[in-house]
Ligand binder design. Structure first.
Ligand code: FMN
Ligand code: 7N5
Length: 385
């Protein structure tokens, strides 16, 4: 059923009459500044950081800014319907929560708070393999859940983790291809900080019986040894396209490849029988100097959009950004850093506020641009400028 997400606007104004303000800014493009001022440096720095000089992270935003929406008038767009179906999941809007690892670094409730906020709005959450809570604990929040895989070299550990995710009701599998090893990230290197060095984000392997069977001592007894075992199993891996069939044997639901940036790789995903791709450069955290994800999108959508579900992330901040990504060929977007800032600023309520701002801005901007549904969006409503 269609939801009038724009109601958040009137709700905020009405609360204003009663003397209550929103928990923090409604300007999603300015959220990072507020988070920078109020969150602890380590957690904020890890979320905000990018690879190398930050060129790709900046390019992601510049690409959005180069496209302009050309609004149409008297378009009878009062009643909007943002609902869309992605891989069998009926979404109230074309938005999913991108997998973000180790969320307790910004708030002690971490992914539990995020899962509750997402469930309260009916948006699917994609749970990261490097989560601070187990797949089973997150499942208790309810709502639609997908699972993101960092593909471990140990096949039995992989089978165990995927089996747990499936049993806990995760429907689609998102396999991240672009982070088989961590990019060069000066912001973290300068502080010699990554969450995993403190054991943060390792709840899934640490609670996994098969992973634990690989250790001489449990993570509770010898944390550094368990972290080293995780690192050697989950990073620096060496998989090729032909091995995707292994995952197909382990996962009966839809499989989506995340981190596709070249049309030939998108075609290979189709040839490998995958159900979807996420056009993404991991928010500019992996290959510094890589092209903006939005600039990769039209070519890829043109090459495979009729054969595979094309999703998008990297740089989406506002409702207008969602419209641009959809117009350029995405079926839905993954929303990333902004909700992590919301989590850090105000826990579950903070995530909900950020998501409601995005959905309201999308709903309002779509109507003001003269459109009623995501399916009406096409490149013709944009100009380069
Ligand atoms: C702090 C942080 C942690 C992330 N962890 C993961 C992860 O565990 N798995 C994954 O596939 N992507 C991960 N990503 C990438 C996001 O899923 C997404 O691709 C990226 O945030 C998009 O860029 P944007 O947030 O600038 O829009 C992470 C991103 C950030 C900022
Ligand atoms: C091995 C990296 C896991 C987290 C991640 O994807 C990120 O920080 O971007």
């Amino acid at each position: 059923m269609a939801t009038r997400f724009g109601d958040y606007q009137s709700e905020i104004y009405l609360h204003g009459l009663a003397g209550t303000k929103p928990p923090f800014t409604t300007d999603l493009a300015a959220l990072e500044e507020e988070a920078a001022a109020r969150l602890p440096e380590d957690g904020f720095g890890y979320v905000a950081g990018g690879a190398g000089s930050g060129a790709t992270m900046r390019a992601n935003r510049e690409a959005f800014d180069r496209w302009k929406i050309v609004p149409r008038m008297l378009a009878e767009a009062t009643d909007r319907d943002l609902t869309t179906t992605v891989l069998g999941d009926e979404l109230p809007a074309p938005v999913l929560l991108a997998p973000i690892g180790a969320q307790t670094i910004v708030h002690p409730d971490g992914e539990l708070a995020t899962a509750r906020a997402a469930a309260s709005l009916g948006l699917p959450m994609i749970l990261s393999t490097v989560s601070s809570h187990s797949v089973e604990a997150i499942a208790e929040a309810g709502g639609s859940r997908w699972f993101q895989l960092y593909w471990p070299s140990d096949a039995e550990v992989c089978a165990s983790i995927l089996g747990r995710a499936r049993n806990a009701g995760y429907t689609a599998l998102v396999v991240t291809l672009d982070t088989w090893t961590m990019g060069w990230r000066p912001r973290d290197l300068d502080r010699a900080y990554v969450p995993f060095l403190n054991g943060e984000g390792l709840a899934i392997p640490f609670s996994d019986p098969v992973f634990r069977s690989r250790l001489a001592k449990s993570p509770e007894e010898d944390l550094p040894a368990a972290m080293l075992a995780w690192m050697s199993m989950f990073t620096g891996t060496d998989f090729g396209w032909h091995q995707l069939s292994l995952l197909r044997e382990l996962w009966s639901g839809p499989i989506v490849l995340k981190g596709v940036q070249h049309a030939d790789d998108a075609r290979r995903a189709v040839d490998a029988g995958m159900d979807g791709i996420v056009v993404s450069n991991h928010g500019g955290r992996q290959v510094d100097g890589a092209l903006a994800a939005l600039d990769a999108l039209p070519t890829i959508a043109g090459a495979v959009g009729d054969r595979i579900e094309v999703l998008f992330d990297s740089g989406v901040r506002t409702g207008a950004d969602v419209i641009k990504a959809l117009a350029l060929g995405a079926k839905a977007v993954l929303y990333g850093r902004p909700y992590a800032y919301g989590l850090g600023l105000a826990g579950e309520d903070g995530v909900r506020h950020v998501l409601r701002c995005l959905l309201a801005e999308l709903y309002i901007t779509l109507g003001l641009a003269g459109y009623r549904t995501p399916s009406e969006l096409s490149p013709s409503l944009l100009r380069r400028g």
